[in-house]
Design a protein around this ligand. Sequence first.
Ligand code: IMP
Ligand code: MG
Length: 174
Amino acid sequence: MSDAKLRVLISAERIQARIQELGAQIDKDYPEGPLYLVGILKGAFMFLSDLSRAMKRPSRIDFIGISSYGRGKTTSGEVKVTKDLDSVVEGADLLIVEDIVDSGVTLTYLMHILDQRRPRSIRIAALLDKPERRLRPVQVAYVGFSIPDEFVVGYGLDYAEDYRNLKDICVLEA
Ligand code: IMP
Ligand code: MG
């Protein structure tokens, strides 16, 4: 970890400004009533925290845990639920909050299982999108930033559990 180089890709200021815009857009788009923000553990915790405060509408917060890459930088293609929602979401407006959409495998799987619980609506908000890497098509309603195919850390995103607490989003250079 000590010899890895970090290069700032998106500064904390830019992240915060963009999240204010996303929050305002979400406020406009949804009808009255509570919105369930479903954060995907653990990478989305910081984005969810700031996004929920950038919205004026009432929201409820829940989390779901999905198995991820382990210690590697690419998906294993294998996805499983490691922590389920606490809430019953039938009839609810769900906004899945994710740190980054890469291959799209995780979100395709999650949309499938949440759909079976009959929410009223289901959309995705992702802070980052790497469109070049997509293997499964996913519709992302709210995207913070589209980024090139580089491995990034910070603002919730990790590499082998390190770097989540950085304020900026940085490229991790070998
Ligand atoms: P997908 O199923 O390939 O779309 O994987 C999405 C998940 O992979 C994200 O929720 C992240 O946890 C992880 N991920 C993908 N790209 C990166 C990255 O550049 N940095 C850190 N984690 C990443
Ligand atoms: Mg994740």
